[in-house]
Design a protein around this ligand. Structure first.
Ligand code: HAM
Length: 420
């Protein structure tokens, strides 16, 4: 039986020109987020499992159903990171952050969740995220959301929707949870099994349920922002004022709660209708996380955006990555080892000086016709031809593929060809 060479479901190999499309997005992220003072942080791809369980919440779908958790040879429970925020906070705790100090980081890389693969839902997916830690101001929330819309604009993505809500502070929650339970209690029979469980364990999650019956019921639930304490409401109003000041169009999404438990105050999602069912291209919010060895929770605000989903949108909007030719300069060597080695040397000289772009030297010793066919296929704009005669007279033939012209140059002057 032939070996199965396909990547595992929900994972993929990335080839050019896709890699170029990815790099364009990564570069835009570094450029735009850099303007707001974010610098890059790279954390390990796996962590101790408790880094995620403690921070994301043990009742969340991610922790309960989706984490890739395994024991290493020493019997320690480790997990492939399902998201970046918990790792960033662990890294900051490890480095230490003085009281009142702010830290702004951006990160990018693979994340892992054992979800059922679908369009825009992968098991290894890639996020670009930002976290601004140690800043408790609502204006910061507005700035972070605006920064993401700035990024979308830089990528030429129009037509997204910015959905915003507040979850208030932990102290606001018992009264809100009570009001939600009072609302859902008479309808328990109509709800899915998960939501009947959530009714007791975490009634907020019902608002997030995708099952049609639960979703329809959630539509009529009391609005969280109307039940916030006056301070939390004032915080939320300032976030909205900040967004208005920055000219960001947004919508209040009264039932947006997000799937992770660490959020306080502002939560937001950016959606785009080019995505279909999984329509969130980014999600984030303000969070409070208690770092190990501390009793005081530290606050941050951030978001993560899915690389694969950004690419889906750009593709739907007709964006094509710049195609890269396999070679810009192709060196044809017609003859034996002496000619091939001379071609190799020319290629080395050009690359050392950064001349001629991507330089490909042909080592096959094939016929002129065969090597020229390969040169054509490579997309090279210039072909340099060396034969026994040229080698003997210290010359090289240079063919301009676009113009069809050809000239013979002394080998020693080859560099002048590229410096014109
Ligand atoms: P999240 O909403 O779980 O938030 O993920 C953020 C984004 O990652 C989603 O909007 C989506 O674009 C992408 N994403 C998530 N799961 C998948 C998947 N299975 N396949 C493809 N794309 C996916 C977080 O991860 C939080 N850490 C965001 C955050 C940062 N909150 C505060 N700071």
């Amino acid at each position: 039986m032939a070996a199965n060479t396909e990547p595992l479901p929900g994972t993929s190999d990335l080839w050019e020109p896709e890699v170029t499309a990815w790099r364009e997005i990564e570069d835009a992220a570094r450029e735009i987020f850099g303007r707001y003072g974010y610098t890059e942080l790279r954390t390990p791809i796996f962590e101790r499992t408790d880094v995620f369980v403690r921070n994301l919440g043990d009742q969340t779908d991610v922790v309960q159903k989706e984490m890739y958790t395994f024991n290493d040879r020493g019997g320690r429970s480790l997990t492939l990171r399902p998201e970046g925020t918990a790792s960033v906070m662990r890294a900051i705790a490890n480095k230490g952050l003085a009281t009142g100090e702010e830290c702004r980081v951006l990160y990018m890389g693979p994340m892992f969740r054992g979800e059922r693969p679908a369009a825009g839902r992968r098991r290894q997916f890639h996020q670009i995220g930002c976290e601004a830690v140690g800043c408790n101001s609502p204006w910061m929330d507005a700035e972070v959301i605006a920064m993401y819309t700035h990024f979308l604009k830089a990528l030429g993505i129009e037509g997204s929707r910015v959905l915003v809500n507040s979850r208030g502070l932990p102290a606001d929650r018992p009264a809100i949870a009570q009001a939600l339970q009072d609302y859902f209690r008479p309808h328990l029979d109509e709800m899915c099994e998960d939501c009947r469980r959530r009714f007791e364990s975490n009634v907020w999650r019902i608002l997030d349920c995708k099952q049609p019956a639960c979703h329809a019921l959630a539509e009529g639930a009391p609005k969280i922002v109307d039940m916030l304490s006056p301070d939390s409401r004032a915080f939320f109003d300032r976030v909205c004022d900040g967004l208005n000041a920055l000219g960001v169009e947004f919508e209040l999404a009264p039932r947006l709660v997000r799937g992770l438990d660490y959020y306080v105050h502002t939560v937001f999602e950016i959606t785009h209708n080019a995505l279909g069912g999984q329509d969130a291209v980014a999600g984030g919010g303000r969070y409070q996380i208690t770092l190990p060895g501390s009793n005081t929770p530290i606050e941050g605000i951030g978001f993560a955006t899915g690389m694969e989903r950004l690419l889906m949108i750009r593709e739907a909007l007709g964006h094509k990555p710049a195609e890269q030719p396999a070679a810009d300069t192709y060196i044809v060597a017609l003859g034996g080892d002496d000619v091939i080695s001379a071609g190799l040397k020319v290629a080395g000289q050009l690359r050392a000086q950064g001349l001629g772009g991507r330089v490909h030297a042909d080592f096959t010793g094939r016929s002129m016709k065969a090597q020229m066919r390969s040169a054509n296929r490579s997309g090279a704009s210039r072909v340099l031809i060396l034969g026994e005669n040229e080698l003997a007279s210290g010359a090289i033939v240079c063919k301009d593929m676009a113009g069809g012209t050809q000239e013979t140059l002394p080998l020693a002057q080859i560099e002048s060809l590229f410096k014109k």
